[in-house]
Design a protein around this ligand. Sequence first.
Ligand code: FDA
Length: 385
Amino acid sequence: MATPDLLIVGSGLFGLTIAERAANEHGLSVTIIDRRDHLGGNAYSERDPETGIEVHKYGAHLFHTSNQRVWEYVNRFTSFTGYQHKVYTTHRGVVYPMPINLGTINQFFQAAHTPDEARALIAEQAGELAGADPENLNDKGISLIGRPLYEAFIKHYTGKQWQTDPKDLPASIISRLPVRYTYDNRYFNDTYEGLPTDGYTAWLERMADHPRIEVRLSTDFFDTTQELNRDAVRGQIPVVYTGPVDRYFDYSEGTLGWRTIDLETEHLSTGDFQGTSVMNYADADVPYTRIIEPRHFHPERDYPTDRTVIQREYSRFAESGDEPYYPINSGKDRETLLKYRAKAENEPRTLFGGRLGTYQYLDMHMAIGSALSMADNKLADLLRG
Ligand code: FDA
């Protein structure tokens, strides 16, 4: 076996950042394995063969950050376009801007409220359940933004995301619902935002483009027929593991719950289906949560004017064999996670990272930021040990 100085399980942004730092900063030979047949994890995108449009294979990925270090780091591998994300939502056949802002409020109430008037109106409507401690997500939503806006824009959308009536969901799922009392409908508030100019895959491949980094695709860490499997390397060589933490320990403390999404792709004979990249559907009678039209992520590109591609997104609970996307984080999940964390602390020569390895939703900049700090601190300790 050609033993690397460091084995990384998973070629998502967490694993790629560790690999790049280990090769360049620590001078190590690194092998990255991934069970998929491409690198990049969930940020991977590919060219749609029919239209040439770049499609985000695992769902819409928008890069945004206020972390200066992360921004400077990612700019070493790609430049970014000036794309600014904006989302709209269809409710009862009318399109509104999201997140809820003064434009949404005035359109919904057919009014011309000033910011102060709108604030007073929402405060009055949110007072409906004043004094009562919200027992479920439904009551929490009403107490945050009032019943009319909650029922139009949040209730059914959230119900579809969770396949559960919000009255049966814990209030703790939401701590706040953003309402802006200006007409600003930029989705993200971060200092930096954009999309990789040459696409995600070019960016991700550049991170692994180093003579000391080897990438082995279609290689599962738990497949004992491949040489760098868990049982062979455990305690023998340093490993950074970014797969699911419960899988690493053979689900010995139980499984952690995830939601997943299904994307239904359709090609259409029009140059523009919806005029924007993401349209949410707020009503219960539309089974999908949103439609993504990827051509709008890159208005600067020369895409065909007579064809487009769309992805309808459906949300559901993940079953075994599904891609785990969003941690459910129920009380039981949190208890189970604590047990796995204790086991991970005692695992010789293995560090757990990334969204699957830590059972946390991480935006891309958070995954990169946390990998950079692991490379600064824990990785050096691991290599010494
Ligand atoms: P990631 O999941 O990317 O990588 C883990 C890798 O490990 C995978 O490639 C997997 O195949 C591999 N692996 C698992 N088990 C293995 C095994 N046994 N053997 C070998 N390999 C194994 N972020 C953002 O900033 N803006 C956005 O708009 C979005 N949008 C978004 C949409 C959707 C639907 C999701 C699910 C996520 C986002 N994200 C996002 C989050 C983004 O995808 C996330 O930050 C990165 O994927 C994190 O990278 P990781 O490396 O942690 O995980």
